[in-house]
Write a protein that binds this ligand. Structure first.
Ligand code: ATP
Ligand code: MG
Length: 227
């Protein structure tokens, strides 16, 4: 088992930023990293091609040069939920195709980082949501939460959704998506940490490229092996 499925409490909570930090930390340890962003919405069109910004950032951080068809097979234009964006584009998201890409990436890497879209219950199509896509990977989740009011509720709801679906969670990382963290929100965050039923794995400071405390991808892999 060598993959981690990055999910979040929400869209825009910092999944890509945390993924980039993890990919860079793993590479600094000499690990071979492969990335997947199976479904990306809100892709801009440039020169007739849809450009998946998250997938490209992750691939650069990981130095994964396999090409976008293997990293981000579903590139969707509409900045909407994946099932809505896919329907609009006349595309059907095939989980078997994505599962094949999990295996391909896994066979070539020490660490595979997968970024979901939005949160766990985001629909991808009839009978399929992001939690289902995570389950097909067989890899544990790392939940990214935003350092902001409301996060306590979103985080605990996400963890409960993971638990009731039998998905393992390695831990929670908090991303500071705004420059200032008011005292009330800092206190709120401390309240969250006190209630977490899974490990707190660190915080990504605003504009930071490394987690604090630094997260050792090698140690994460060991945790994966034990999981
Ligand atoms: N630690 C951070 N420091 C600075 N900016 C951050 C941080 N975390 C997130 N952001 C900013 O917040 C926004 C959303 O972050 P990011 O793209 O990582 O979220 P996401 O969960 O991957 O979103 P999506 O659901 O669209 O994939 C971006 O503009 C990003 O630059
Ligand atoms: Mg993202």
């Amino acid at each position: 088992m060598n993959g981690i499925f990055l999910t979040g409490t929400d869209t825009g909570c910092g999944k890509t930023c945390v993924g980039v930090a993890l990919a860079e930390a793993a590479r600094a340890q000499g690990l071979r990293v492969r990335v997947l962003k199976p479904v990306e919405t809100g892709c801009e069109e440039r020169n007739g091609a849809l450009v998946p910004a998250d997938a490209i950032r992750l691939a650069e951080a990981a130095q994964d040069r396999r090409g976008l068809d293997l990293i981000c097979p579903y590139r969707l234009r509409l900045p909407a939920a994946p099932d809505v964006a896919a329907r609009k584009q006349g595309v059907e998201i095939d989980p078997a195709r994505i599962e094949k890409l999990y295996h391909e990436a896994s066979a070539q890497a020490d660490l595979v980082l997968i970024e979901g879209a939005g949160g766990l219950l985001v629909p991808l199509g009839p009978g399929l949501d992001m939690a289902g896509l995570a389950r097909r990977s067989g890899w544990p989740l790392l939940l990214v939460a935003r350092a902001r009011l409301g996060t306590l509720n979103h985080t605990l709801l996400s963890l409960e959704a993971a638990r009731t679906r039998g998905l393992r969670v390695l831990g929670v990382v908090v991303s500071q998506t705004t420059p200032e963290l008011p005292d009330a929100e800092r206190a709120n965050l401390e309240g969250l940490l006190a209630r977490l039923p899974v490990p707190f794995l660190g915080e990504l400071p605003f504009g930071g490229r490394r987690l604090v405390p630094e997260l050792d991808p090698g140690a994460l892999l060991d945790a994966l092996a034990r999981a």
